[in-house]
Design a protein around this ligand. Structure first.
Ligand code: RIB
Ligand code: CA
Length: 316
């Protein structure tokens, strides 16, 4: 039986590639997308979610629009990395489908409470919607099967401040609520995602197949590759959000460790810093599994193969 998941998202270049990987993976049943602010404002996130589903002939999958703002912090939503549209150089037509009228938080609560223990939620943007669901409906935390979160940096430096990763930095108060909710969590931090580097050669390999999917992958990734080339010595671009799916499609590639992890919400230079108690100094039980390592190149090869399969399938 495929794993039933809802992706909570701020698309976002790598978010969009996570949708495509989910749709290309028989191990996964993508039930819905819920949107939040983060890489872009929430209205743009919703439009992008609808248009990428349409590109992949998956418009039957519902999209619910969520939080416009972080819980406490001011709105971030800058075009710095993902471009004004949030999808790099990709230009997709205005989606025909519309978001459902229900707010994402209410949608998450309803879906999860309707089938306790069946639905996993994959937050790959700021955690605002998840925190609101936990606070609005106390039964949510017991009913959701698990959270697989792209966020944080444990031993790795930050990418939004020297000490904080973007998704956590944008809404650290939401992360604090989620981390202490008691929900089973797997955290996919920069420690792992910075080892999953897609290259221009990978993009060209996918584009050996003529398909709007392959074209889209190239159009979203080109400015992302340019950004990483100009700002890092990584030799490729980190596929942060798609790596969350490795927990379902290739768990053997991840090195997970059960740890007590907390997040700094006190402000100042370390706001949004995620830290692990490696030596159990605080004597607190582990609250999540953390991916501290990954066979990154093998994951990228799996991603490329599945993009090629999806490209062969979708030709118009
Ligand atoms: O730090 C990486 C995360 O921030 C990814 O989810 C990316 O989409 C951005 O939201
Ligand atoms: Ca994201």
């Amino acid at each position: 039986m495929p794993h039933r998941i809802i992706i909570d998202t701020d698309p976002g270049i790598d978010d969009a590639l996570a949708f495509l990987l989910a749709l290309a993976s028989p191990e996964v049943q993508l039930e819905a997308l819920t949107t939040t602010q983060g890489n872009v404002v929430v209205e743009t996130a919703t439009r992008n979610a609808l248009s990428v589903l349409e590109l992949a002939h998956a418009s039957q999958i519902p999209v619910a629009q969520g939080s416009m703002f972080p819980l406490v912090q001011p709105l971030y939503a800058s075009a710095a990395v993902h471009g004004e549209s949030g999808l790099g150089n990709a230009v997709l037509p205005e989606p025909k489908a519309q978001a459902i009228s229900q707010h994402a938080v209410d949608f998450l609560i309803e879906k999860v409470l309707a089938e306790p223990g069946e639905i996993s939620v994959f937050p790959i943007g700021p955690l605002s919607n998840i925190a609101l669901a936990i606070r609005k409906e106390p039964r949510f935390a017991k009913a959701v099967k698990q959270l697989v979160i792209m966020g944080g940096a444990v031993r790795e430096g930050g990418n939004m401040s020297p000490l904080a990763e973007f998704n956590i930095y944008v809404d650290p108060h939401a992360a604090h609520i989620v981390f202490h909710s008691g929900i089973p969590i797997t955290l996919i931090p920069l420690d792992a995602t910075h080892k999953c580097l897609v290259t221009r050669a990978d993009v060209e390999h996918i584009n050996e197949v003529k398909s709007p999917i392959a074209r889209f992958v190239k159009d979203v990734l080109t400015p992302y590759l340019d950004f990483y080339e100009a700002n890092t010595d990584f030799g490729g671009s980190a596929l942060h959000d798609p790596l969350t799916l490795a927990t379902l499609i290739a768990p053997e590639l991840l090195t997970l460790q059960e740890l007590y992890v907390d997040v700094d919400i006190h402000g100042g230079v370390s706001m949004g810093n995620t830290f692990a108690d490696f030596y159990q100094i605080a004597r607190k039980p582990a609250n999540m599994k953390v991916a501290l390592d990954v066979q990154g190149r093998k994951f990228i090869e799996l991603f490329v193969e599945r993009m090629i399969q999806l490209s062969r399938k979708i030709q118009d």
